[in-house]
Design a protein around this ligand. Structure first.
Ligand code: DQA
Length: 142
């Protein structure tokens, strides 16, 4: 079975509760159920951490796994700050798709720059939770 890993960074454990006007009302757990029933032939794995180093450790641990089609990464605010996560993405073989629920370019200027875009295969932002689905589908067509 083709495997895809979603990694969510800081504060994304609060999806459904956190600023629903920006991030919506759905929890990640509910959304994962929707994704998994939509793509029964794919194994959609999930990891969330509020800690930069844990995200890096996870990228290292899966990053050379030939059986993994790709990582869909919402690095949260670390997107805008973390050279260390960018270096981890650059170091691994498995492709990483950068995802944002909100349209970061329509928000505060500090969110316009991403440290990780240049080392990701592509970027999807602004489609709500559907951003994850679009990122997964980009891995399916290859
Ligand atoms: C986010 C956008 C980031 O700027 C923010 O810090 C997040 C979530 C998004 O999914 O829209 O935590 O990555």
């Amino acid at each position: 079975m083709t495997r895809i890993l979603i990694i969510n960074g800081p504060n994304l454990n609060l999806l459904g509760v956190r600023e629903p006007g920006i991030y919506g009302n759905s929890s990640m757990e509910t959304y994962l159920e929707t994704l998994r029933s939509r793509y029964p032939d794919y194994s959609i794995e999930y990891f969330q951490s509020n800690h930069e180093g844990e995200i890096i450790d996870k990228l290292h641990s899966v990053g050379f796994d030939d059986g993994l089609e790709g990582v869909v990464l919402n690095a949260g605010a670390y997107t805008h700050t973390s050279l260390a996560i960018a270096d981890a993405i650059a170091a691994i073989k498995v492709p990483v798709i950068e995802v944002h629920i909100s349209n970061v370019h329509a928000r505060e200027e500090v969110r316009h720059h991403s440290m990780i875009s240049s080392v990701c295969r592509g970027v999807i932002a602004g489609f709500g939770m559907d951003s994850y689905r679009l990122a997964i589908e980009s891995l399916m067509v290859r």
